[in-house]
Design a protein around this ligand. Sequence first.
Ligand SMILES: Nc1nc2c(ncn2[C@@H]2O[C@H](COP(=O)(O)OP(=O)(O)OP(=O)(O)O)[C@@H](O)[C@H]2O)c(=O)[nH]1
Ligand SMILES: [Mg+2]
Length: 363
Amino acid sequence: MLSCGIIGLPLCGKSTIFNVITRAGAEVKPYASGKTDPNKAIVSVPDSRFDRLVEFFQPKKVTPATVEFVDLAGISRDASKGAGLGNSFLSFVSESDALIHVVRCFHNSDVPHPEDTLDPLRDWNIVELELIYRDLGVIENRLTKLGEKKRLLPQESEEKDLLEKCQAYLMEESPLRDMGLSKDALRILSGFAFVTLKPELIVLNLDETQTGDDILGLDGMIKLSEEKHLKMIKVFGSMEMEMAELDLEEQKEFMADLGIDEAGRERLISQAYGLLGLISFFTTGKDEVKAWTLSQGDTAVDAAGTIHSDLARGFIRAQVVHYRDFLEHENSFAKCRESGTLRLEGKDYVVQDGDMIEIRFNV
Ligand SMILES: Nc1nc2c(ncn2[C@@H]2O[C@H](COP(=O)(O)OP(=O)(O)OP(=O)(O)O)[C@@H](O)[C@H]2O)c(=O)[nH]1
Ligand SMILES: [Mg+2]
């Protein structure tokens, strides 16, 4: 299962945002916890298409798409040099497929700020820099190992050249995700689990007074997200954590007061899912309707492999129809086949968000 790691400076509201998303009730306190083992929870991804398929098929079993969220320890300035909790726990960040980077915008005199003042852009940069140092460290270790070898295999030379390019790039304090690496390069680098390659969603954690645009440091963050092509959303952390415990009527009132029309929970989950490049395909039937998760650009054989490795191994063809076409043709596979919207696709077919797929295989 794919997982999103929640990162940020100490006390920026990571556990609060984790609770908004998961309702897991992780501990939230106004002093640094010093805890490095992460809180984890699995949540279902809200999806109205999936709900309609369930309504139609009335299956015995219903399995929505899920994503794991992981609430990580705070990353301090100079963590890479051992400050704060150090950065050994950053290995948890490498295990995440995507990052939710929480930035404190909220005022709260009961909660000390590790940098003393409110400055979202500075805070974002501190954490980003620590991630960059982490990747630099990984590269240095590998280059040292390669340097100790008498002779390098051709693929090792290729790896060394690429790592040196990445190293130079990181030294400019730029994350690897901005480097425009080719598919081949990414494949060579995949084993290193570089943290600055991971897609990132920025969450501005606001207090209840920050309903307008008059938020300290907001302009700088908007500029950053535009320049770096990073998605960014606003969430009223503490408020929405409390809201999750109310009944629906009360929630509506609450949201009207905050001037929002969709609860942070739904927004966070679907944004995290979509903006981080994840898509769903569906398998349907009377026994089970299930949503599966892929990354954008994944192919039919990737889809087969997510269901079972045997299906990828013995892959013959994928029978595909898009949810939209299925709906337009009165939920009838026969009508979809007649219209040509239901067809057989080969291994390299790029799966579209909302495809309904059946794998033909032979093992
Ligand atoms: N007013 C206000 N306070 C908040 C908000 N988010 C978090 N806090 C408070 O800030 C403190 C820290 O929140 P946590 O969610 O525990 O922060 P954290 O980033 O998980 O902290 P560490 O795990 O210790 O690094 C708590 O006292 C929260 O109540 C917010 O949106 N508004
Ligand atoms: Mg926490």
